[in-house]
Design a protein around this ligand. Sequence first.
Ligand code: GLP
Length: 240
Amino acid sequence: MKIHVFDTSEQLDRFAADLFIDLIKSKPDAVLGLATGSTPVGIYAKIVEQAKQQNISFGGVTTYNLDEYVGLTPDNDQSYAYYMNQHLFSHIDISPERTHLPNGMASDPQAECARYEAMLEERHADIQLLGLGHNGHIGFNEPDSALSAGTHVVKLKNETREANARFFASMDEVPAAAFTMGVGSILKANTILLVVRGAEKASIVKEALTGPVSTQVPASLLQTHPRVIVLLDREAGRML
Ligand code: GLP
């Protein structure tokens, strides 16, 4: 595991964006595992900027997102499909057929999980971007006595709904469940890029990276992966 701590958000964003841009330059048909939340926003902005400046095409790139809320349509501005269009897809030349998220409106959730997992089985991500939840979740894999390996529907913990309520008009509007890739699907990526910002995540960063590997801290399972790059701002890294 390589850990980089940055003095400024700008430096972190630039470093992360360069990893993606360099990958696409050397492998135009790269597979990217993508994440949402506030953490990657600046990284996507830098990727867009660099793609324009360096005239990088995303025409051959395929993407798979980690998760999506159950019950939100892609045109709901809180859905992760909407987020991805807003922050990345609408600014690059990627073809919509090559971008994938679980369908939050699927009428048969089990069939939707199987469909998504079958796609992930076919092509593993060259690089998987991850944020970190306050309770150590990755994607929406919440702390539990056991974790699911593959794509599944998860009931969101209250602490997660509360943490994400800032994006919604009220707590009542925060969905109660989500589709998420499983930890097994996440760990299949060739390289994992975990990005964490902010003092309030310093203790969970320490637990996840240096504590015991435990399903009660899903991000701690990343310790078992051979190629993890961790990008932290000073505040998130202050307890290491
Ligand atoms: C959500 C997402 C995660 C994300 C986490 C942290 O729950 N499902 O993928 O990493 O929130 O979000 P933020 O970056 O906004 O702190």
